[in-house]
Design a binder for this molecule. Structure first.
Ligand code: ATP
Ligand code: MG
Length: 262
């Protein structure tokens, strides 16, 4: 697979300088009486790959959904590239939101659109890209993810692994500064997992996109992560480089979690 056509978003001063790209301050999210995130603080530097690990229900997906603006925090502020995502007006939020792409566990492709249209739709309607340019770029991305021959297929005609590779191409088509990945291989048949993880490894290695990743694939997390954050009950209980977290965790809770998943 060639990685020549991988998007390499224009470097902002923050990105080239490796400054802070994502920042959550005192973020609290409740569902009824259930306090899912409890005054959560953390920051991700531009170009870094950060993996969130932790038990089911600890709030990992909730964080990604807040960044995607699919949910609103009850308290706290979220900033992306120095611009407020929360609190902000809808217009401000839409602008910030353009810099963020997400790939979901269940692909979430548009079932009634061809593969090509799935990828060109948002660049045309949200970024105002010309149709010709969007199509040209989409074809380059499909080539990259190994699906150049599937332009005219509909999602239902693809395997899970192929659908997930289209979803990754669709997210990259927006030239995001931030890519959010939520257990993107956990709905795949085991033999399809490696291909998708290899693609993500290539993207991590060859672009300066900041990645925030939730995964149970610990070898993958070890390979791509600059930092691993261990969550429990809506708080970061331990953070560090993967070699530290996976080999010498400090918290009993982290040790218990890792021994259950490794
Ligand atoms: N829309 C919702 N309405 C009510 N409760 C919700 C909603 N979304 C999430 N929750 C609750 O918030 C908590 C955290 O959920 P979240 O999906 O963030 O966990 P997670 O860490 O991603 O877990 P998993 O590893 O199982 O995916 C859970 O207790 C869940 O039941
Ligand atoms: Mg989740």
């Amino acid at each position: 697979m060639s990685t020549d056509t991988l998007p390499n978003p224009e470097k902002s001063p923050e990105q080239s300088g490796g400054g802070e790209l994502i920042r959550l301050d005192h973020v609290t999210k409740r569902f009824g009486d259930n306090v899912v995130l409890d005054h959560l603080d953390f920051a991700v530097d531009a170009g870094k790959h950060v993996t969130l690990i932790g038990p089911s229900g600890s709030g990992k997906t909730t964080i990604l959904r807040l960044l995607m603006t699919l949910l609103k925090p009850d308290e706290g502020t979220i900033t992306v590239d120095g611009q407020k995502l929360f609190p902000a007006t809808e217009k401000e939020r839409r602008e910030v939101r353009k810099q963020i792409g997400m790939v979901f566990q269940q692909f979430n492709l548009f079932p009634n659109m061809t593969v090509l249209r799935n990828i060109t739709e948002a660049p045309v309607t949200v970024l105002g890209m010309s149709k010709d340019e969007a199509v040209e770029r989409a074809k380059g991305l499909l080539d990259l993810v190994g699906l150049a021959d599937k332009c005219d297929a509909h999602p239902a005609q693809l395997s899970g692994g192929q659908q997930q590779r289209v979803a990754i191409a669709r997210a990259l088509a927006m030239r995001p500064k931030v890519l959010l990945l939520d257990e993107v291989t956990s709905a795949l048949d085991p033999e399809l997992v490696a291909g998708v993880l290899d693609l993500l490894r290539d993207i991590a290695r060859t672009t300066d996109i900041t990645m925030l990743c939730v995964t149970h694939e610990m070898n993958f997390a070890r390979d791509i992560s600059d930092q691993v954050l261990m969550f429990d009950s809506g708080r970061v209980i331990e953070a560090g480089p993967p070699e530290k977290i996976f080999s010498e965790p400090e918290h009993d809770r982290t040790r218990e979690f890792l021994s259950a998943v490794l």
